[in-house]
Design a protein around this ligand. Structure first.
Ligand code: SAM
Length: 410
């Protein structure tokens, strides 16, 4: 049996949880999707009503289906008034899986290139994103990373209007509104501050982010909007003779004051990486590092003593000759054991004989060679990931407090 990823609208009820805020079961949402639709697959038809509301992990058999042949048979029977009914065709089954960000990435409608699980899991780990963090993503595109990142509170920026609308709809349908805010914005031009009501007035305030993910064609253009507040010149020690560099950043910090901000940029070519790294360095980011994910599943197997993988057929002429020899030997052996059985030479299935011989060899296969095979099919976008940290801001007041503490303790 194959596992079918239930697509799109069937991805309800959802069980995403973050900050303990989304524990509801979404029965009402589920009800909205129930009964009407049918999921048609090559394994059969599955009415939504047979799926919605049942426990995750359940197996659902396809609805009985009649094929054309049976329809014709039924028609003939009806015409002849034979009073019989056609038998339903037997079909397959599916397992109902709890929806996760990973399943959504595997089945979402692609509006752009998307970030796949090998990358998103590594990025979120390196950005130290966890419930309670505030994560910024620009651009949000198809929402693949959005769903992975929503385990933290999340702000997504996207400048393509239609994508913003579609993503906002999906977020609502998946019960993630309240955790995710999608902002229609060109971040390279207008930055990352978010609008909030402060008293009667709407103001641009800091999202207080602790992590930033930039999946943009030119991330270096967005970086100046992420630097710390421009510091007043007098706070810099003039006695050193150093001239303070003018800060191109906004007057409100995008990052959370008093915490380090971690960033990841996602770029397909090395020229983009170079430009990003140059600007990161100029703007005071540290621990700048580039990583490329090469995701491979490696299968490790022990060959049988004849040098074949168990169950595999011959791949060379030599192996085929060896196989025929074994089949001959095997038949001879059987014939000797049952001289009266005349069916052995004619009815013995060579494939079965091969398997039997192979498994016999396998039993004694203690020191077959170990081989590895690489399975290159796993999807992971081949982009370069640049990581960096904007250190915790250290103000004059922090310095004074630290000095006072030192004095107290010495
Ligand atoms: N991260 C997304 C995902 O996992 O589904 C895919 C992002 S897609 C590769 C890049 C997106 O960045 C596009 O949707 C594009 O519209 C958006 N974009 C490009 N420049 C932008 C800008 N200056 N501000 C906001 N969004 C931008």
């Amino acid at each position: 049996p194959s596992i079918i990823h239930l697509k799109r609208d069937l991805l309800v009820p959802l069980s995403f949880q973050s900050n303990g805020a989304q524990a509801e079961t979404h029965d009402a949402r589920a009800a909205a999707y129930s009964s009407k639709g049918v999921l048609n697959t090559r394994f059969g038809d599955f009415p939504h009503s047979s799926i919605v509301g049942i426990p995750y992990g359940s197996q659902v058999r396809a609805a009985p289906r009649t094929n054309n042949e049976q329809n014709r048979k039924r028609k003939r029977m009806e015409d002849a008034d034979e009073g019989e009914t056609a038998e339903p065709v037997s079909t397959g089954f599916i397992h109902v899986l709890a929806p996760t960000a990973e399943l959504w990435t595997a089945s979402l409608p692609h509006r752009t290139q998307v970030v796949y699980m090998p990358d998103s899991s590594f990025i979120l780990h390196r950005l130290q994103v966890r419930p309670g963090s505030v994560l910024i993503e620009a651009g949000a595109g198809s929402g693949s990373f959005t769903h992975a990142g929503v385990r933290a509170a999340y702000n997504g920026f996207e400048f393509h209007k239609e994508r913003v609308q579609k993503l906002t709809d999906e977020i609502e349908r998946h019960g993630l509104d309240g955790l995710v805010e999608i902002v229609h914005r060109d971040v390279c031009k207008d930055g990352f501050l978010v609008k909030r009501m402060v008293g009667e007035e709407e103001e641009d305030i800091s999202p207080e982010a602790t992590a930033v993910f930039l999946d943009l064609p030119a991330p270096w253009l967005a970086l100046p909007h992420l630097t710390r507040r421009a510091r007043p010149t007098p706070s810099l020690p003039t006695s050193t003779g150093l001239t303070p560099s003018p800060s191109p950043g906004p007057t409100t910090s995008v990052g959370k004051i008093g915490e380090a901000v971690r960033i990841c940029t996602f770029s397909p070519c090395i020229e983009q990486v170079t430009r990003t790294v140059n600007v990161l360095r100029k703007l005071g980011w540290v621990d700048v590092e580039m990583v490329e994910i090469q995701h491979r599943r490696i299968e490790v197997r022990r060959l049988n003593p004849k040098g074949y993988e168990d169950g595999a057929g011959p791949r060379t002429v030599g192996e085929a000759v060896q196989r025929l020899k074994w089949i001959g030997e095997y038949r001879e052996h059987k014939r000797k054991k049952n001289p009266a059985d005349s069916t052995i030479t004619t009815q013995q299935n060579p494939t079965e004989a091969w398997k039997t011989q192979n498994s016999r060899e396998k039993k004694g296969a203690k020191d077959g060679k170990i081989v590895t095979r690489i399975e290159p099919e796993i999807k992971s976008h081949t982009s370069y990931l640049v990581f960096a940290v904007l250190p915790r801001e250290w103000t004059v007041e922090d310095e004074a407090a630290a000095q006072a503490l030192v004095k107290q303790t010495t």
